[in-house]
Design a protein around this ligand. Structure first.
Ligand SMILES: *[C@@H]1O[C@H](CO)[C@@H](O)[C@H](O)[C@H]1NC(C)=O
Ligand SMILES: *[C@@H]1O[C@H](CO)[C@@H](O)[C@H](O)[C@H]1NC(C)=O
Ligand SMILES: *[C@@H]1O[C@H](CO)[C@@H](O)[C@H](O)[C@H]1NC(C)=O
Length: 401
């Protein structure tokens, strides 16, 4: 039997195995999701294998698989789409063609991908940003921040901030006809983390004179302090995003070692003397009652790691580490969470903490939703959930930006 036959036979057996892992009852896109989920598990296992035999890093394998879906900047009847640099950072701009009497709103969009993969040029994001620009008659900026493992924390957040500052220069806003009073930072997953972190940094910087109107956070990750949230336990095997995969992808942004990854998996990664920050992420105080049922809070185990990792105590990595006084300065917020998502509780806790300090928040929760759908909005995936999320997000922007 040739290798090729063996490879196909193996893939088929794996596929048959994974497709039989049951999906939650009533979940959106049930069968499409099962197929994508099975494919991701196979890709993830192949990536582990290539790393173990020393061929290629885990994240490199996943990144190459994703890059198959990159798009070119293609203008259409309504939009001019161009790839340019803002300072040193590449961005993709979506500029409405129609002449307008008034200045336009603008959305700065940070894509997801755990800081190690994906791109604003990925077809799902290009689709979303195009739609946003067309439907809102808005200028949209897709940010191509640099990725780990080549560029470690805090490069992604610093790139993001420098794009925002470049865009907010009076001459740049004027060039694109943007109204400085109608700007929103948006993002999904780790892009939601970036949108939240950029908001926190800028809104708390006395030298920053602009007033940002809104932030829109779509199933964001908001902390890496406690990796035993109830949602981590409930959805440790996905769908789409498993706990293992989340931290395998996320750790290379903080450090190039396996020790940190293993410690995070065991929730024993936080340093000695950090107990005081756990009050910011204590699900036992912040989650609504129904999510606490049958869950037991365990106190953190600290100081198991010898090395210290500054990212772990930084609110630019975990916006939930911000103090109440810092959160209070935040702008109008849209939060979308999904039930079947291991990052669910991050979003729920952020909503609770923002409301507690008086920030205005619109929170929409999708009972049959799952993590990551926006990356699979286009063919061949065509997830219905992606369109549902798109429409909820756009409706909110229409009414609030
Ligand atoms: C351009 O805008 C019009 C009006 O909103 C819409 O009907 C049409 O589908 C848009 N074209 C593209 C390519 O999006
Ligand atoms: C978290 O909250 C629970 C009860 O709400 C409390 O017993 C526990 O000490 C808190 N833990 C931390 C680290 O704040
Ligand atoms: C910490 O250092 C000690 C002594 O050097 C070593 O035995 C132990 O394995 C280290 N632990 C970790 C988690 O690296």
């Amino acid at each position: 039997m040739g290798y090729r036959t063996l490879f196909f036979a193996l893939s088929f057996i794996l596929f048959a195995y994974y497709i039989h892992i049951p999906m939650p009852e009533g979940i959106d896109d049930h069968w499409r999701l099962a197929v994508i989920d099975a494919t991701i598990q196979i890709v993830s296992n192949l990536a582990k294998l290539t790393e173990e035999i020393g061929l290629m890093k885990y994240v490199e394998f996943l990144r190459r698989t994703m890059s198959l879906h990159l798009t070119n900047p293609i203008s259409d009847e309504n939009l001019t789409v161009i790839d340019v640099d803002f300072g040193d950072i590449p961005v993709r701009l979506y500029l409405p063609k129609r002449t307008s009497e008034r200045q336009r709103p603008a959305v700065i969009y940070f894509h997801g991908g755990a800081y190690v993969m994906s791109s604003c040029k990925l077809s799902g994001y290009d689709f979303l940003n195009r739609w946003t620009a067309t439907k809102l008659d808005a200028v949209v900026v897709g940010v191509e921040y640099r990725l780990a493992p080549k560029y470690l924390f805090p490069v992604a957040i610093e790139d993001s901030i420098s794009v925002v500052k470049f865009f907010l220069q009076a001459k740049v806003l004027a060039k694109y006809g943007v109204d400085p009073a109608r700007i929103c930072f948006s993002g999904d997953s780790s892009g939601g983390t970036l949108a939240a972190a950029v908001s926190l940094v800028l809104q708390n910087d006395p030298k920053f004179k602009h007033k940002i109107k809104a932030q829109a956070l779509i199933y964001p990750g908001l902390q890496i302090i406690d990796t035993f949230m109830p949602s981590h336990k409930l959805y440790q095997h996905g769908p789409l995003l498993s706990r293992e995969m989340t931290f395998r992808l996320l750790t290379p942004y903080m450090a190039d070692d396996n020790i940190l990854y293993k410690a995070i998996l065991n929730n024993q990664h936080m340093p000695e003397g950090s107990r005081h920050v756990f009050k910011f992420v204590n699900w036992s105080t912040f989650l609504p009652e129904k999510y606490k049922k049958n869950q037991v809070y365990t106190e953190p185990i600290l100081g198991k790691l010898n090395a210290s990792y500054p990212a772990l105590l930084d609110s630019r990595m975990s916006p939930l580490l911000a103090t109440d006084a810092q959160l209070r300065n935040l702008q109008l917020t849209y939060m979308l969470t999904c039930e079947h998502d291991l990052l669910r509780d991050d979003g729920l806790i952020y909503v609770a903490r923002l409301r507690k300090v008086g920030v205005q928040v619109t929170h929409e929760h999708l009972e049959n939703g799952y993590h990551g759908a926006l990356s699979f909005a286009t063919a061949p995936f065509n997830l219905k959930l992606a369109l549902k999320i798109r429409d909820m997000y756009i409706t909110w922007l229409k009414n609030n930006l």
